[in-house]
Design a protein around this ligand. Structure first.
Ligand SMILES: [Zn+2]
Length: 72
């Protein structure tokens, strides 16, 4: 772990990430594999749509929850 704040994955965006988008490209990845993009509040919808229309999007989770999953 580092102290650096994760930054939004959107092109040219330097805003702190709030969301984690977990996705999988079935042509490239095994089904249990998860790639992640980070998104700020503004770009969450844009990035979700980009992945969603391709059928890649699996999950959208708050960054705080992604890093610290609660007891389950
Ligand atoms: Zn952004």
């Amino acid at each position: 772990m580092t102290d650096e704040t994760p930054i939004c994955s959107a092109k040219g965006c330097r805003v702190d990430a709030v969301w984690v988008l977990a996705w999988n490209n079935p042509k490239l990845h095994t089904p249990d594999r998860r790639k992640t993009w980070l998104a700020c509040e503004e770009h969450r919808e844009h990035l979700s749509q980009f992945l969603g229309v391709r059928g890649f999007l699996k999950d959208v989770v708050l960054l705080t929850e992604w890093q610290n999953p609660g007891p389950s």
